[in-house]
Structures are given as C-alpha cells and as structure tokens.
Design a protein around this ligand. Structure first.
Ligand code: GTP
Ligand code: MG
Length: 249
C-alpha cells in the first residue's frame, strides 16, 4: 500500500490547515454558498496536479512512477468547467495551459446515474494506462438533490449517495488518488445560533469525507475556509483569495 502524497491548493494558509496540502487516499469536501469559490478550488487543483512544485511526497516511500504523468478526472454536474479559466491559471503559474487540458478528462453528468457511472468507469481509465491521481466531483449533491425531492425519496437518495461515496473512497484508497467534492449548504434552525449552515447529504457524506470544509465569502476577493470534524486535525480556518491568477494567499 502506497504512502499518502499531498497536492497544494496554491494557498499556503489552506495547505497549512490541511497539514501540508490536499491528501491522497482521502475524500475532501468543500461546502459553501454560491460564489464561495468551490469551483475555483477544483480548477486550481487540476492546474496544480501538473506542477511538480505543488506535489509533496516522501521520496523514500512513493515511487517516481507513481506520480509520473498524473491525470485528473473532472465530473462536472453543473456545466461550470471553464477551459479558459484553466488557461488563465496556467499562464500565471508559468505553464502551458493546453497541457492541463490534455491531462484532464472532463465528463459532463446531467443526472445522478451518469455521475455515478462516470465515477465507476474511472477504474477502467486507470486500467487503460491513465495515471489518474485526482478526481473532482463538482458538485457531489446537486443531481441527487434535484432528482430525489421530498421526504419519501430521502432514503433512496441517501442509499445512492452512500454507494457513490463508496466508489470514490475505493478509488482514493486503491489508486492513491486525491478526491475532491463540492457540496451545497442548507440553513437549518439551530437552538443556539438561530440558523446554522449544514452540508447536504447528512451522515452519509459526513462519514465518507475525511476532510470537510465550509467556505464562506469575506471582503472583496477574500474567502474563509473552515476545516471541521477532522479525525486527525484541529478545527481551524484559512483565509485565501480568488484573483485573476487563481487561488492565492
Ligand atoms: P456555486 O457553484 O454557484 O455554488 O459557487 P462556487 O462556490 O463554485 O463559486 P465559484 O468557484 O464559481 O466562485 C465564483 C467566484 O470566483 C466569483 O464570484 C469570483 O469572485 C471568482 N472568480 C471566478 N472566476 C474568476 C476569474 O476569472 N477571475 C477572478 N478574478 N475571479 C474569478
Ligand atoms: Mg461551483
């Protein structure tokens, strides 16, 4: 079994909160309201996967081949993948944007069945010789939320989401991948705080994600990412910015 490696978010603060970067063999969730920057973090991760200076690993434990020519799969359920934004981020990082696009498989999922199927097919891509090291699901819950409405459908929705999360965790473990998912939030009445934000998907998503973030908007281009409920790391916050260049401190 390979040792974990880490992928930089491009924000030193955010990397610090994560104990060095986005971790392989785990599912990391970014939840937040619209415009909080979830999709930007997903784009930046695809860019950084192609930058050797953004990949951190113990050279005595991870072989060179393991992280050679890494590729990403981006399952886009909302039609918000933007090649031109990838190009822009790449240009500012001093690398060829086309290289990023050539090494990122983008799959547009119009419903939850497609989303689940694409995730299940990633293993075939790997067996065909593609060194998939990053899997992005943007967004994890929007299709499920649209299709399974009302209390009567909740059990079925949760059961399918659970299966989907199991697929993602298996990929992360078996192939030493970084898996990132975005999620929406809903406001729930809370006895102490009035209204509290909650990530969609309840315990099914909560237990399947190792690292969970709430991202919220700050002043101007500032964003705040709060890590919570992590088994190994303390709850803490990172401030980052979204600029022309991408994600930054
Ligand atoms: P939803 O998917 O709607 O829930 O939102 P999200 O959390 O995915 O937000 P997203 O990552 O799309 O962030 C959108 C924000 O990122 C915008 O409001 C801008 O502040 C910023 N942003 C997006 N593209 C650019 C860009 O090309 N340049 C700059 N400077 N900022 C950008
Ligand atoms: Mg988005």
């Amino acid at each position: 079994r390979s040792t974990v490696w880490k992928l930089s978010t491009n924000s030193g603060e955010l990397d610090n909160v994560l104990g060095g970067g986005l971790e392989s063999q785990s599912v990391t969730e970014f939840a937040g309201v619209f415009g909080s920057g979830k999709t930007q973090i997903m784009h930046q991760s695809c860019v950084n996967l192609q930058r050797p200076d953004c990949i951190f690993f113990d050279e005595s434990a991870v072989s060179d081949e393991e992280l050679a020519a890494p590729k990403a799969v981006y399952i886009d359920t909302e039609g918000t993948f933007r090649p031109e934004r990838i190009m822009q981020m790449a240009e500012h990082a001093g690398i060829e944007g086309q290289t990023i696009l050539d090494n990122t498989f983008v799959a547009r999922a119009y419903n939850s069945d497609m989303q689940m199927l694409f995730a299940e097919k990633i293993e075939d891509l790997i067996n065909d010789g593609n060194n998939i090291k990053l899997v992005v699901i943007d967004s994890l819950t929007s299709t499920f939320r649209n299709e399974y409405t009302g209390r009567g459908k909740l059990a079925e929705r949760q059961q399918k989401l659970g299966r989907h999360m199991a697929t993602l965790n298996k990929l992360a473990d078996l192939f030493n991948c970084v898996v990132l998912v975005t999620n929406q939030v809903s406001a729930k009445p809370d006895a102490f705080f009035g209204m509290a934000e909650q990530a969609i998907g309840g315990h099914i998503v909560g237990h399947a994600a190792t690292f969970r973030f709430f991202v919220r908007k700050g002043k101007g281009d500032k964003r705040v990412a709060k890590l919570y409920d992590s088994p190994h790391l303390p709850d803490s916050e990172a401030i980052f910015r979204i600029t022309e260049k991408g994600i930054q401190d």
